[in-house]
Design a protein around this ligand. Structure first.
Ligand code: VAH
Length: 300
């Protein structure tokens, strides 16, 4: 929302979520609607009242929450996406929809190719594979210009994490600033692909700005940025926060993490629309900690 406001002006945007508007310290959002993405009539009313031409459809239950409530995950993730695609077909809207590394499963080697056998072990992953196929169907059958990225774990200081398996890579930064110590819910050697939020926003908007004829992948593009183990992350944080300690107590999320690849082959994204990440682990960690100290430690 903040980057779209910078590019188009806040009065060109309408925020929509189930709950109240998120804190947006950098922008005032004049138009905000509350609706459940499973309510087609409510979505259609917003689309028609504001004459929406582009939708960034991010509403979803994530992997860990989805395993606790698989029926709800299927309902929100699939019904919500189909409603957006049906409205996009009716009103010729352009759509961005995020997929995830969660589409991959045990059949994939540690470096996930763009075109692979997709055998996810979570309901979240099943909804992402199904969603990718639904998007490609709506594009080829109805001409809907829907585009998608298979995001790695996304790291941000702006909102606290919730419901994801990669959340340890965000929680650890908050714990380092607030407590100087963290108990990690995956093993130290767990290596996963990650991406800093500014890179995720850049990838999303670069993809959406690309000419339609450049888009050769209508399921979802692999995008890779940085891969590290939980231990490598803890060691990098300790370089910036002397005395920080991390212990490991794997829980149910370990088996989800173990089913995912450790990196992605994103050649197609780089070739088709010039994908290029800007952050590596040291610059990501530095930026996270500088901003979290400002956010969490009250200035005198
Ligand atoms: C999750 N952060 O952990 C999400 C993501 C890479 C996984 O889709 O569920």
């Amino acid at each position: 929302i903040e980057e779209l406001a910078r590019r188009h002006g806040p009065d060109r945007l309408v925020g929509l979520d189930l709950g109240a508007a998120p804190p947006l310290p950098e922008v005032f959002l004049p138009y905000y609607e509350r609706a459940d993405v499973r309510d087609l009539a409510a979505l259609r009313d917003v689309v028609e009242r504001y004459r929406i031409d582009t939708v960034y459809h991010l509403a979803s239950l994530l992997s860990a929450t989805g395993e606790k409530q698989p029926d709800l995950a299927w309902d929100v993730n699939m019904t919500g996406l189909k409603h957006v695609l049906d409205l996009a077909k009716l009103h010729r809207m352009k759509v961005f929809w995020p997929s995830s590394i969660a589409v991959f499963g045990p059949a994939t080697r540690k470096r996930a190719p763009q075109h692979a056998v997709l055998d996810p072990t979570t309901m979240y992953g099943v909804t992402k594979v199904s969603g990718e196929l639904l998007c490609r169907y709506y594009c080829h059958r109805f001409g809907v210009d829907v585009r998608s990225l298979r995001f790695p774990g996304i790291i941000s200081y702006k909102t606290r994490p919730g419901g994801g398996t990669t959340d340890y890579a965000v929680e650890i930064f908050y714990a380092a600033v607030e407590d100087g110590a963290y108990t990690c819910f995956v093993r130290p050697e767990t290596r996963l692909p990650m991406m800093y939020m500014p890179d995720a926003v850049k990838a999303t908007l670069d993809l959406m700005d690309a000419p339609s004829e450049a888009i050769t992948v209508r399921t979802s593009y692999n995008v890779d940025a940085v891969s590290f183990t939980a231990e490598e992350l803890a060691e990098e944080i300790a370089r910036h926060e002397p005395g920080f300690t991390c212990r490991y107590a794997p829980d149910h999320r370990q088996q989800i993490a173990d089913s995912w690849p450790s990196e992605l082959d994103d050649t197609a994204a780089r070739d088709d629309w010039g994908w290029q990440p800007a952050y590596d682990l040291p610059t990501l960690a530095e930026d996270m900690l500088v901003n979290l100290r400002q956010k969490l430690i009250p200035s005198d």
